[in-house]
Design a protein around this ligand. Structure first.
Ligand SMILES: [Zn+2]
Length: 239
């Protein structure tokens, strides 16, 4: 293979390798994001449970106050019962007492119900906290792993970039301009092999005449169909 072309093939391979790092790094970061979103969801659920438990406790306090009021009321009825004389007054007082006692029962039932609910929510809270602690531990491990992997990627990328830059300096500037022009639209497939007489950029078969000219030429050739720089892979492997 002609030297210019061989250099371009090599340069293009470096560019392909370099371009493959970014998606790999993104994939690593995505792994971490999934775990972090689980952690933040758990934190939200825990915050929500704290709010719910506070609300239940407030309701319980209101019921306690109400119970105190009702017990005062019963005392009041008790003292009144010593004063009232008519049957009508006695009946009215009895009714008032009945209602107050019913309300006391209701408030007591409500307190039991609220206490049970608070207990259930507290258990839920503890479960979530345990889950969160476990998840955070995993995130910590994963984060260390991801950071190490990314660091390794960055080191490899820097090494390849250095190799590329060394090669870049030895290539004829006209050849580089030509390559960069094609690379602008063809990205990582600017330089493609021809296998079985077909271009590996557009997968079209080269006409016999074009192919013959291509394999016997010293010039850098492009695919007549897609315009990518083509090289004969067989020869490149032999070299
Ligand atoms: Zn092509």
């Amino acid at each position: 293979m002609k030297k210019d072309l061989a250099q371009l093939v090599k340069l293009s391979k470096f560019d392909v390798e370099i371009s493959e790092f970014e998606p790999k790094i993104e994939k690593e970061n995505d792994k971490l994001k999934i775990f972090l979103s689980t952690v933040s969801k758990l934190n939200e659920q825990i915050d929500q449970l704290y709010v719910e438990i506070d609300e239940l406790k407030n309701k319980r306090i209101k019921n306690d106050i109400h119970l105190k009021e009702l017990s005062d009321k019963l005392n009041e009825i008790d003292s009144k019962s010593n004063i009232v004389k008519t049957e009508k007054e006695i009946k009215a007082l009895q009714l008032e007492e009945e209602i107050a006692k019913e309300q006391i029962n209701f408030a007591n039932d409500e307190i039991v119900r609220l206490d049970n609910l608070i207990e259930v929510k507290k258990e839920e809270l503890q479960e979530l906290k345990d889950q969160l602690a476990q998840e955070e531990e995993e995130v910590k491990e994963l984060k260390a792993q991801v950071e190490q992997t990314i660091e390794e990627f960055n080191t490899s990328r820097a090494n390849i970039a250095q190799e590329r830059s060394k090669l870049f300096e030895t290539i004829d500037s006209k050849v580089l301009v030509f390559y960069e022009k094609i690379r602008r639209w063809a990205k990582e497939t600017a330089v493609v092999p021809v296998k079985n007489q077909a271009c590996f950029g557009c997968h079209m078969k080269l006409q016999d005449r074009v192919y013959f000219e291509f394999i016997h030429s010293d010039e850098i050739k492009t695919c007549p169909n897609c315009g990518r720089i083509i090289y004969l892979e067989e020869i490149s492997e032999e070299n």
